[in-house]
Design a protein around this ligand. Structure first.
Ligand SMILES: Cc1ncc(COP(=O)(O)O)c(C=O)c1O
Length: 372
């Protein structure tokens, strides 16, 4: 996989088409078409006016750290005594993941695929060998069989709930991964950014397994629709590991802007905003599931997040060609499955679009399929 993830390439082409005057519908990027709640924006502005415009405390501002402890505990049961010392506020989770890889410098990173492509890009940029652990739609995207060969100092990265499939690993799968990793004394990078966007079933967090060598990633980008604020957080059961992470992050960035952090702290007091956003995701996902089924796409119905990872109902055409032809002919941008591992037959669709745009996107897709 090249360093430019395929959906970035699709976005670039889409922007070129837009520059030519085409009306492109963007289903390749995971940025919801929802507005940030005005109370969050007000809190951010208020904080800036009150003088929170300097370097922020390295770990994060106090009210945010304190509220994060309660917020997390309302969704997951940590297997340790979670305090602000286990948490580091980060400028979004991308930087956090990159910093974690730089800090741990694993010789190899095992990735449970399909997997959000940035891990592959970061590994190739840093020079870490990627070892895929492929899963299949027929198995509900659950890993089958033991994880072999993982050694001391290696790491395993797991996105759960998953981007791109929207599925949630069973407790047995999480236990199996922790077992293999703890036997090898390796690290777990647990990307749990969709932990509060679960609509069916529940998840087993890697923080609840009693294993210390875990860095888990979270963000305000999707749940509270704050991707431009650049605020996320990292949690580790090991305060030492959290501190090492903090020290490495400080070298690179002095913490997220404090006013963004105050906006995030406000968001955590507005559970009805989370509920409103969840309803939007549930509705747009549900509508998309129906439309894709009618067209004959094959997929596992997502239980979380905002994506569908599906096999288009086409012969003699893989997901890459499907993506580029759909973009060229009908100006609908998707992410090809090759951006998530060796899944050339698949495409990923972001469904968090306004209803009219979503409807229009599927109408265009239908028209495209009828012409084939
Ligand atoms: C699985 C996963 N992890 C991390 C991120 C990064 O989020 P951010 O950098 O906005 O916090 C995303 C964004 O799409 C994601 O899907």
């Amino acid at each position: 996989m090249s360093q430019e993830p395929p959906h970035y390439r699709v976005s670039r082409i889409a922007r070129e088409l837009e520059a030519q005057g085409r009306d492109v519908i963007h289903m390749e990027i995971g940025d919801p078409e929802l507005d940030t709640d005005p109370r969050i924006i007000d809190a951010m502005c208020r904080a800036a006016r009150e003088g929170h415009t300097h370097y922020a405390p390295a770990r994060g501002v106090k009210p945010l750290l304190e509220r994060l402890v309660d917020y997390m505990e309302s969704f997951i049961k940590p297997g340790f005594d979670l305090s602000t010392e286990n948490i580091v506020v980060t400028p979004g989770s991308k930087v956090a993941i990159y910093t974690a890889l730089r800090l741990l410098r694993p010789r190899r990173i095992y990735v449970v695929e399909p997997m959000w492509g940035l891990y592959h890009s970061f590994a190739s940029e840093i020079g870490i060998e990627v070892v895929p652990i492929p899963t299949r739609m027929e198995d509900g995207w659950e890993p089958r069989g033991a994880i072999e060969g993982i050694g001391k100092g290696d790491a395993i990265a797991v996105v759960n709930p998953n981007n791109p499939t929207g599925t949630i690993l069973s407790e047995e799968a999480v236990e199996m991964i922790v077992e293999a990793v703890s036997r090898a004394d390796a690290y777990i990078l647990a990307d749990e950014v969709y932990f509060d966007l679960i609509y069916r079933g529940s998840m087993t967090s890697f923080l609840s397994m009693g294993y210390e060598k875990v860095l888990a990633f979270y963000t305000f980008s999707k749940n509270f629709v704050m991707s431009g604020f650049r605020v996320g957080w990292v949690v580790s059961p090991s305060r030492e590991l959290a501190n090492n992470f903090l020290n490495r992050l400080r070298l690179i960035v002095g913490g997220p802007p404090p006013f963004s952090q105050y906006g995030a702290a406000e968001a955590l007091t507005l559970r009805e905003v989370l509920e409103r956003n969840r309803r939007f995701y549930i509705e747009t996902l549900g509508y998309s599931v129906d439309r894709l089924r009618e067209m004959g796409f094959k997929f596992v119905e997502p239980s979380a997040g905002m994506y569908i990872f599906a096999k288009p109902p086409v012969e003699d055409m893989d997901g890459v060609e499907f993506t580029y032809r759909l973009l060229e002919e009908e100006a609908v941008a998707l992410a090809p499955g090759t951006g998530f591992g060796n899944y050339p037959e698949y495409v990923r669709l972001t469904t968090a679009l306004k209803k009219e745009r979503l409807e229009e996107a599927f109408n265009r897709m239908e028209r495209f399929l009828e012409r084939l």
